[in-house]
Design a binder for this molecule. Structure first.
Ligand code: PLP
Length: 375
């Protein structure tokens, strides 16, 4: 059994994907070819955003967003501690300082209350300038924007949505990648919409920011590539990757329905046995992961081992919250300072999840879990 079966998806879309790749090989515009602008247009249509700039990966997408918003040394950027390293790393790369915020244990997403108290604490200390917040749409579910956006407004914080895992999720019909001043996503193969290598994109409704992002991703270009008006990156999506993403994006709504079908079956079969993900009213998830919460680290580790012995891959995202990572030692966050992020790291387990599962597979997994958890 595969954790995420990318080969099954390829088998399903093989003809379209192969044709598109061959077209690129023949037309020869390997960088910034016509598939790239076509994809940007279709990504805008899908998400309901005005502007999209594709780039080399999701980490660059976040960094481009911070650069466009002129985040720099002396600025504080609020990030959840329970996320992938990229969310915080890019803050340091711009010279600013990440300030770690706790999560709500039911959704694994940034706690609005913890955000507000962190902003107040930084303001009172007066050393850093509270500048931006990066809520993460973890495991495919949008962060609590109905609560976070008013806090951002109250303290004049820019919002950068980290939708690397969130593409396809929504709140009351409004899609992920629309909640930030700038929103960033990733097309890493295992993300809900993935290519066959690295890829990413930023989204915005602000024309000025769009122009900045377009410049930043090609060496801070002005009128053309050899006219340089600011510092930028070399961060483009390869034409071949755009050609691969086009048929995948067209299939995405169907895949999203399938992911939701498997998530519902998992939930129905597991809800009396372990803690299953909470999807608040009005929210839909793209189920980048289906993540359960066990009672303790020992129980979690034991379940993962026993599932592995039974041929069922289950993964731990993430072992260590960022505020306790060695690289952030100098920030001085003590163990116990963000209790929900720490608890999640100890007790989460993500189960196989992709559109091409079968109900037999879901049942096999949930049957195994019921036996193992009750033992
Ligand atoms: C994957 C991921 C990223 C980075 O995306 P890459 O394309 O791998 O650079 C950023 N944030 C989160 C939450 C992610 O899961």
């Amino acid at each position: 059994m595969e954790f995420i079966d990318l080969k099954a998806q390829y088998a399903h879309l093989e003809k379209e994907i192969d044709e598109n790749i061959h077209n690129v090989l023949k037309h020869g515009k390997y960088i910034s070819g016509p598939e790239v602008s076509q994809l940007e247009k279709e990504l805008c249509d899908y998400t309901g955003t005005q502007y999209c700039v594709t780039c080399a990966n999701g980490t660059d997408a976040l960094q481009m967003a911070l650069m466009a918003l002129d985040i720099k040394h002396g600025d504080a950027v609020f990030v959840p501690s329970f996320t992938f390293m990229s969310t915080a790393e890019v803050v340091n790369l711009t010279g600013a300082t990440p300030v770690f915020v706790d999560i709500d244990i039911d959704t694994f997403n940034m706690s609005p209350a913890s955000l507000e108290s962190a902003v107040q604490k930084i303001s009172e200390e007066g050393k850093l300038n509270p500048k931006a917040v990066i809520p993460v749409d973890l495991f495919g579910q949008c962060a609590d924007y109905p609560a976070i956006l008013p806090i951002a407004k109250k303290y004049s914080l820019f919002v950068i949505e980290d939708a690397a895992q969130g593409f396809g999720g929504s709140i009351n019909g409004k899609k992920a990648c629309t909640f930030g001043d700038i929103s960033a996503t990733s097309f890493f193969p295992a993300k809900p919409l993935g290519c066959y290598g690295d890829g990413g994109a930023v989204f915005t409704d602000d024309e000025g920011l769009y122009k900045l992002l377009s410049s930043i991703h090609i060496h801070g270009k002005g009128s053309m590539k050899y006219d340089n008006v600011r510092l930028g990156l070399n961060s483009r999506l390869d034409t071949i990757q755009a050609a691969i993403l086009l048929p995948k994006l067209r299939e995405f709504p169907t895949e999203l329905e399938l992911r939701n079908k498997w998530a519902k079956l998992y939930t129905d079969l597991l809800k009396d046995i372990v803690k299953v993900p909470l999807v608040p009213k009005g929210f839909t998830s793209s189920w980048a992961q289906f993540t359960i919460l066990l009672d303790s680290q020992e129980k979690r580790d034991e379940l993962q081992t026993k599932l592995k012995e039974a041929g069922i891959p289950a993964m731990i995202y993430y072992y260590k919250p960022l505020h306790l990572q060695d690289v952030y030692k100098e920030l001085g966050c003590a163990k116990g300072s963000l209790p929900n992020a720490e608890k999640a790291a100890e007790c989460v387990l993500s189960l196989p999840m992709h559109p091409y599962m079968t109900s037999e597979q879901v049942k096999e997994i949930t049957d195994k879990i019921s036996v193992l958890v009750r033992d």
